[in-house]
Design a protein around this ligand. Structure first.
Ligand code: SIN
Length: 489
C-alpha cells in the first residue's frame, strides 16, 4: 500500500545539514512497514563524512543561536509546535506506517510530542540565573545559565516523534545546536519534524539530522563521540549502548542524558480497587503494544486479590484487537521487527517451560503476519524466568503472587534497572511507605499513564541518568557559570 499524505513533501529522503537537504551520494537504507516488510521509502545510509558535515554545521551555528534573545528562540519553537499540530494527521500516518502503532495512537503521539515542544518554547524565556549574596563588601556574585554547546541526540524507534521532541525542543530552547541520528527503523517521522522546524524558522545549521542503518550507526556516532565540539550526548535506548556511550564520551567529558532500559514492577495490594488496577495496567502495559521502556514488565498481585485481578485482566487482554495500524479497529499493531517477536516468543516459552500457565495469548499471530504476537497473560511467573530479568518489550504480562509488603518491595527492587514502578493501594500510609521504598525514577500510584511534558522523566540505577520534560529537562542542556565582580566598594 503506498504511503499517501495530504502533504507528500513531508516524506524526505535526504539528510538535513546546514539548512540543506543534502543529496545522498552513498548507500541507501530502506524504510519498511513492520506489518508487511514492504519498503515505504529510502533514506541515506550515512557515514563518517555526513556526521562530520552535520557537526561542522552545528558548531558554526552555535554562537549566533545562543545569542538570539530567548524570546525569539521561544517564538520559533512555538511556531514549530503549531506546524507539528497542523500536520497531526500526516505525521500520525507516518508514525503508524513506519513504526506500526495503530493510527489513533500515532496521532496521539503527535499531540504528545507537541506538548513537549510547546512546554520548552515557554521554558526558554525562564532560564533565570541567580544573584548570590556576597560574603564580603564590594562584590556582586551571579550564577548564570548557559547552553552547553553542540548536542548529539540519538533517538529510539518506539516514539519517533515524542523522543525527538523532548530532546531537541529543550536543546533549542537552551540555545544549543543539534546533530541528530534517528532510529534506523523510523527515520521518516524525524525527517518530517526537522522539515517543519526549518519551516518554523530554525536557522540553518541549528538542527541537523543524518540517517543511518544499524550497521553504519557506530561510524556516525563515533565521529560525534570523538569530537570535543560535541558537549552533550542525549540517548534513549538500551543499557549496554548507554554504557558504551558513557565510556566513549569520558575521553572528552561530555555531559550525558541516558534514558535506558527498564524492568518496571506493577504491584496490586489487597487494599487496592482491583477494577482501577486492571484499567491502569491496560493503559500502562499495552500502549504501543508493550514497546515502551516504562511499561510494566513484572506484575505482583497480593494473594487475596490475585484471582480477581488475573480473571479480569485476562478477559480484557483477550478482547484486545490486534491488526495493522491502518485498521481503525486495531488496538495492538505489529511488533517493530522479527527480532522483537523472537524475543517475546523466547520469554513466553521460557516462562511456560519453568511452570507458568498461559491465561490468554501465548502465541504468534502468523495469520496476520510475521511480526504479530498475541497479547498474553501468564500466571505463576517467578524471578528465575527471562521475562522477570530482561525487558520483554512486547504485549506480555507475567503475574506473580505475593504475600507481604516487605517481600514485594524486595522483589520489585531486585533488578539493576530503576526507571518506572506502579502500585495500587488505598491505604495512605502504605502509599507513602511504598513510594519511598521503590528504587525507580518514576512511580505511578493508582495511575497507569504517567508521562507528561511538565513532569521529570528518567531513571536511576542502570536505567540511566538525566531527566526529560519539566524544568529538569531544560537544566540538562545548561551549565552554570559563576561570575564574581569585585571592586564595587
Ligand atoms: C519510552 O518508552 O522511551 C518513553 C515512554 C513515554 O514517553 O511514556
Amino acid at each position: 500500500m503506498p504511503l499517501t499524505l495530504t502533504r507528500p513533501a513531508l516524506i524526505r529522503s535526504a539528510n538535513f545539514i546546514g539548512g540543506e537537504w543534502t543529496v545522498a551520494t552513498g548507500a541507501r537504507l530502506d524504510v519498511t512497514d513492520p506489518a508487511t516488510g514492504d519498503t515505504i521509502a529510502c533514506v541515506p545510509d550515512s557515514g563518517a563524512g555526513d556526521a562530520l558535515a552535520a557537526l561542522d554545521a552545528a558548531h558554526a551555528a552555535f554562537p549566533a543561536w545562543r545569542k538570539l534573545p530567548a524570546k525569539q528562540r521561544a517564538a520559533i519553537i512555538k511556531h514549530w509546535n503549531d506546524l507539528v499540530l497542523a500536520h497531526q494527521d500526516d505525521l500520525g500516518k507516518l508514525i503508524s506506517r513506519e513504526q506500526g502503532k495503530p493510527l489513533a495512537e500515532g496521532k496521539g503521539e503527535v499531540a504528545y510530542a507537541a506538548s513537549y515542544i510547546e512546554w520548552f518554547a515557554e521554558e526558554a524565556t525562564r532560564m533565570n540565573g541567580e544573584v548570590i549574596p556576597a560574603p564580603v563588601p564590594g562584590r556582586r556574585m551571579f550564577a548564570l545559565r548557559e547552553p552547553v554547546g553542540v548536542v548529539a541526540a540519538i533517538t529510539p524507534w518506539n516514539f519517533p516523534a515524542a523522543m525527538i521532541a523532548r530532546k531537541i525542543a529543550p536543546a533549542l530552547a537552551a540555545g544549543c545546536t543539534v546533530v541528530c541520528k534517528p532510529a534506523e527503523d523510523t527515520p521518516l517521522t524525524s525527517l518530517a519534524l526537522v522539515l517543519l522546524a526549518h519551516e518554523a524558522g530554525v536557522p540553518p545549521g541549528v538542527l541537523n539530522i543524518v540517517t543511518a542503518s544499524r550497521e553504519k550507526t557506530p561510524e556516525v556516532v563515533d565521529v560525534w563521540l570523538d569530537d570535543s565540539r560535541v558537549r552533550k550526548i542525549t540517548f534513549t535506548g538500551s543499557t549496554p549502548v548507554g554504557k558504551h556511550l558513557a565510556r566513549r564520551s569520558a575521553e572528552t567529558l561530555k555531559k550525558l542524558s541516558l534514558e535506558l532500559g527498564g524492568n518496571a514492577p506493577f504491584i496490586v495490594f489487597e487494599d487496592a480497587d482491583v477494577g482501577a488496577a486492571v484499567d491502569g495496567f491496560m493503559a500502562a502495559k499495552f500502549r504501543n503494544g508493550g514497546q515502551t521502556c516504562v511499561c510494566p514488565n513484572r506484575v505482583f498481585v497480593q494473594r487475596r486479590v490475585f484471582e480477581a485481578f488475573a480473571h479480569q485482566l485476562a478477559a480484557r487482554v483477550a478482547a484486545l484487537q490486534v491488526g495493522p495500524a491502518s485498521d481503525p479497529a486495531s488496538q495492538i499493531g505489529p511488533m517493530i521487527n522479527g527480532r522483537a517477536v523472537q524475543k517475546i516468543e523466547r520469554h513466553v516459552n521460557d516462562a511456560v517451560a519453568k511452570g507458568a500457565k498461559v491465561l490468554t495469548g501465548g502465541r504468534r499471530l502468523a495469520e496476520l503476519g510475521a511480526t504479530y504476537y498475541a497479547p498474553t497473560v501468564l500466571a505463576g511467573a517467578d524471578a528465575t524466568m527471562a521475562c522477570a530479568c530482561e525487558e520483554t518489550f512486547g504485549p506480555v504480562a507475567p503475574l506473580t503472587v505475593f504475600d507481604t509488603e516487605e517481600e514485594v518491595i524486595a522483589a520489585a527492587n531486585d533488578t539493576p534497572f530503576g526507571l518506572a514502578a506502579y502500585f495500587y493501594s488505598q491505604d495512605v500510609r502504605r502509599i507513602w511507605r511504598v513510594a519511598d521504598a521503590l528504587e525507580t525514577g518514576i512511580v505511578g500510584v493508582n495511575e497507569g499513564a504517567l508521562a507528561a511534558e511538565a513532569a521529570p522523566f528518567g531513571g536511576v540505577k542502570e536505567s540511566g541518568y538525566g531527566r526529560e520534560g519539566s524544568t529538569h529537562g531544560l537544566d540538562d542542556y545548561l551549565h552554570t557559570k559563576y561570575v564574581c565582580q569585585g571592586g564595587l566598594d
